[in-house]
Design a protein around this ligand. Structure first.
Ligand SMILES: C[S@@+](CC[C@H](N)C(=O)[O-])C[C@H]1O[C@@H](n2cnc3c(N)ncnc32)[C@H](O)[C@@H]1O
Length: 440
């Protein structure tokens, strides 16, 4: 056990300190200025990872997060920091990653847009099944761990989620459903995922290790009776331990989709498809992107990593033609049905890997959006240059990969014009960033 003084918060949720020899130490917890006690987890030549055990001297910027799972729960790693300081540190992290990783030494100043809702803002919660005494419980993973914590009064998900989670615990325990254990590889039920919309409808997904689900018909009758807000129940079979929302599914009752509106566009989201988790901030983000895209009815638009077409549909009427590229078949197919619902006829949905598309594509596009997963796109981003866009809008939930890819774009003749950060995930270290590039 050793004491450290935290210097700053950095990317990926770590607190940065140095040991007596100046070596970098990344801590699992601790606010800037705090002295903490920690134990070593692992070390490399240049950096060591330590687990914070106790805060010895706490910061005046600490706040009380009135939730039983805090501070162990991985859902809210920054829940102990005043909200205004969260915004400040998120902005600093974006600046630091652009300087350190992207080598942008004269970054334009940018706004950090707060979330109007700092709790009950998430429309999707992925709870982990675990053995809660004699019953089945649904909790969240501890920070940097596979252990599960109770999230009895969690305030991240939409307001109705707590009651639904508790009722599922009670019904499934009565039917003797056993939680799956990742260590022993025994058990059956892995996750309860709740997806909601702003009308209060909830789609509940039960994700299991094996395909057959004994007594699901009886269970579903009870769910329907006790939880009228659960408009659909879906069974997802996913044998993989590293991803949650993946695999074939069967709709037990209801339509199995969640419907949400953004601007004039209506979205029907299949149960396992990606959809932005904080629609309140997403509305702000879309307005900014519109302003920076500056669409024209004579221009063409390419939406890469399009999902079910959030950007494609929002902007479709403002462009002559939209091509939306998405790797997952279900999401790509959902674009076609969403096009019919929204009466959009100028959209072409392409179900293809982004790299394959960019390699084969010979078409020119005036404006391009890309919104990849956390890993970013990497050097393949240079292939976008072939389409000769005037403007590229890169939306990212990972400032490190965004900074890296921005450097590639910048070296290929696209200058970084502006940035704006959006706090889609209050009480966590996560931040969404929009970067705008012009072809020089
Ligand atoms: C962060 S989500 C963004 C989705 C969409 N832009 C939205 O706002 O709803 C990333 C999307 O990229 C898709 N994806 C991931 N890797 C891909 C790849 N190599 N090629 C094409 N699509 C990919 C995922 O299935 C997911 O729908």
């Amino acid at each position: 056990m050793k004491q450290f003084t935290v210097e700053k918060l950095i990317s990926d949720g770590y607190s940065f300190a140095r040991d007596e020899n100046g070596k970098v130490v990344l801590l699992t917890e601790g606010l800037p200025g705090e002295t903490v006690e920690a134990v070593k987890l692992k070390g490399k030549e240049s950096v060591e990872f330590w687990k914070t055990v106790r805060v010895v001297q706490s910061s005046p910027d600490r706040k009380i997060k009135g939730c039983k799972g805090f501070p162990d729960c991985g859902g809210c790693d920054w829940g102990g920091l005043q909200y205004s300081n969260q915004l400040l540190w998120k902005k600093r992290i974006v600046q630091e990653q652009f300087r350190r990783v992207g080598k942008f030494y004269e970054l334009p100043d940018f706004e950090m847009i707060p979330s109007k809702k700092t709790n009950h803002y998430r429309n999707r919660m992925e709870y982990v099944a675990y053995q809660k005494g004699k019953k089945i419980g649904f909790g969240m993973y501890k920070r940097f761990s596979n252990e599960v914590v109770d999230v009895e009064d969690c305030d991240l998900g939409y307001e109705g989620f707590g009651k639904v989670r508790r009722t599922f615990e009670e019904i499934l325990s009565r039917f003797g459903v056993k939680p799956y254990n990742r260590e022993s590889k025994r058990g059956f039920l892995k996750h309860l995922v709740l997806r909601g919309n702003r009308n209060g409808d909830i789609v509940a997904l039960l994700i299991t290790k094996r395909e057959s689900f004994p007594e699901i018909d009886k269970i579903s009758r009870e769910v329907k009776e006790q939880l009228p807000e659960v408009t659909s129940l879906v069974h997802v079979f996913n044998s993989r331990d590293d991803v949650v929302l993946r695999g074939p599914y069967r709709v037990i009752y209801g339509e199995g989709i969640i419907t949400e509106t953004l601007g004039d566009a209506v979205f029907q989201v299949p149960p396992v498809s990606f959809f932005q988790a904080n629609v309140f901030v997403m509305e702000e983000l879309l307005k900014y992107v519109q302003q920076e895209l500056n669409p024209s009815p004579s221009e063409t638009f390419l939406d890469l990593y399009s999902g079910i077409g959030t950007f494609a549909f929002y902007f479709a009427r403002m462009f002559k033609k939209v091509v939306a590229v998405e790797g997952i078949k279900i999401s790509s197919r959902a674009m076609l049905s969403n096009a019919r619902i929204n009466m959009i006829s100028n959209l072409e949905a392409v179900n293809m890997d982004t790299r394959d598309f960019l390699e084969k594509n010979e078409e020119k596009f005036d404006k391009v959006i890309l919104d990849p997963p956390r890993a970013g796109i990497g050097k393949d981003i240079e292939l976008i240059g072939k389409a000769l866009p005037k403007r590229i809008v890169y939306i990212s939930c990972n400032p490190t990969t965004l900074a890296r890819d921005s450097r590639y774009l910048s070296n290929k003749g696209f200058s970084l014009k502006a940035l704006r950060a959006f706090d889609m995930f209050p009480d966590t270290h996560h931040v969404e960033v929009v970067a705008i590039f012009n072809r020089v």
